[in-house]
Design a protein around this ligand. Sequence first.
Ligand code: GRF
Length: 202
Amino acid sequence: MPRTAPLRVVVLASGTGTLLQALLDARPAAGSWTVTAVGSDLHSCQALDRAAAAGVPTFTVALADHPTRADWDAALAAACADADLIVSAGFMKLVGPAFLAAHDGKMINSHPSLLPSFPGMHAARDALAYGVHVTGCTIFLVDAGVDAGPIVAQEAVRVLPDDTVASLHERIKVAERGLLVSVVTSLATHGWRVAGRKVVPS
Ligand code: GRF
């Protein structure tokens, strides 16, 4: 059955928040999805500033404010309780078992490589060091693995001969911004379910 209410999207971010900004700028006026909140593991970062400037509620669940990582994970899960879809957009923490149990199949992450190549924190650096001629970005459903969940969408980006890590990562981020907006719109419009390694309309 098609949804009647907009999909409620919570974005998690820790950094400069340019992927978040692409989502904020693309929010449909009366449409299939809306950003209901932006959360971070940091008390202060550019992503939270961008959310506040857009009038979107923010929250912080900081690791240091919780006695254990499991407590932090449960608190983060609770903070996202109202989300239909959670978007990790430069959120620099791995979620744990409590979060995954509460939000199984509801969290996507954007990663700056064509997975399964170059998982981890330094994807652009690793792609450049390996000498690949093409890299890109991947949006996938988060599971218990590291950058290992079922792939929702990918886009290729050419590596140029004079690329630095910064120039390559920035060109990948341009692709990530567009892909993320189209993925969120598509998930909101068609729904989604996991069939083996594939993410298909529900
Ligand atoms: C993106 O490349 C994302 O894939 C990675 O961190 C970057 C976030 O960029 N995990 P920004 O903070 O949205 O500008």
